[in-house]
Design a protein around this ligand. Structure first.
Ligand SMILES: [Fe+2]
Ligand SMILES: [Fe+2]
Length: 281
């Protein structure tokens, strides 16, 4: 069994066929670590990517940002804010990797990103943007499994439906690993920092996260609240339970949860519009 798993790891992680994050993301990330980087510098990097530039201009000119007329990338970045531009860059490239036939999973991922951001802000946590990014990427392992092992993926779906299992359980039985672990492997090959790779790798097992348990707990909660909302599709037909350790780590209570559920519901309308916008290309 151990051999099967390590063989599979080789297949899945074969870098020749593994999707790569576009250079523009790496460049934007390296700039943001340096406080002195100006909007002009970022605008220069973004301008080198035509598709991304077009999306940013379209978003900046959309009615939700008022009726400004914006014709340059640097003005668009001032209007939208650097973080919006960064998450747009990341989500466009993740969307490109996900392909158009996994719209349900794309919508689920986008909504978990948004919900994670909302929870982090509500709890006044530091690094809300990173938490949102981890939420956006949390199920990326599912994309890799379906890309690299399409036959196994069919077996996983069949097994989960026949025996009423969670996708995780069916994955373990079929390929001896699961999408969270695969997502962790991928994060390493993309050189993502631990604060992103831990929530991705442990979003179904918060207790295993040691260094970034709070971020992991937020992504776990966001995942479950979005499953329960019925928005998008994670592939699971049942809503998984909230792990007690996540609840305790975030010091949640019934009142806070009720407020969060309501705020997330309101936000999902915007997420739906954004998702339609991305798909219209
Ligand atoms: Fe998951
Ligand atoms: Fe998920």
């Amino acid at each position: 069994m151990a051999d099967k798993r390590s063989d599979l790891k080789k297949v899945i992680m074969d870098t020749k066929t593994l999707p790569t994050l576009p250079n523009v993301i790496h460049k934007l990330n390296s700039l943001s670590d340096n406080d002195k980087s100006s909007v002009q510098e970022m605008a220069k990097i973004v301008s080198s990517d035509q598709v991304l530039s077009a999306r940013i201009l379209r978003l900046a000119n959309s009615p939700s940002y008022g009726f400004y007329r914006v014709s340059t990338i640097s003005n668009a970045m001032i209007l939208l804010g650097v973080n919006v531009v960064k998450s747009l860059a990341l989500s466009s490239s993740i969307f490109a990797i996900m392909e158009k036939d996994s719209v349900g999973l794309w919508e689920h991922s986008l909504a978990v990103g948004v919900a994670a951001n909302l929870i982090a802000r509500k709890l006044s946590l530091p690094e809300c943007e990173e938490i949102a990014t981890a939420g956006l990427l949390h199920d990326i392992g599912k994309v890799i499994i379906s890309l690299k092992c399409p036959e196994a993926e069919k077996d996983i779906v069949k097994l989960a439906s026949e025996r009423h299992l969670y996708t995780m359980e069916a994955e373990r039985e079929t390929i001896d690993t699961d999408h969270a672990e695969v997502g962790g492997w991928l994060s390493k090959s993309w050189f993502l920092p631990d604060k992103l790779s831990e929530p991705i790798a442990f979003h179904h097992d918060v207790a295993t996260s040691v260094n970034h348990r709070i971020k992991t707990a937020v992504v776990h909660m966001a995942d479950i609240l979005i499953c329960a909302s019925g928005f998008g599709s994670s592939g699971d037909r049942f809503v998984p339970p909230i792990q007690k350790i996540a609840w305790d780590t975030l010091k949640l209570n019934e009142q806070l949860l009720a407020e969060l559920v309501e705020e997330i519901e309101d936000k999902l309308v915007e997420v739906q519009n954004f998702s339609l916008e991305m798909m219209s290309d």
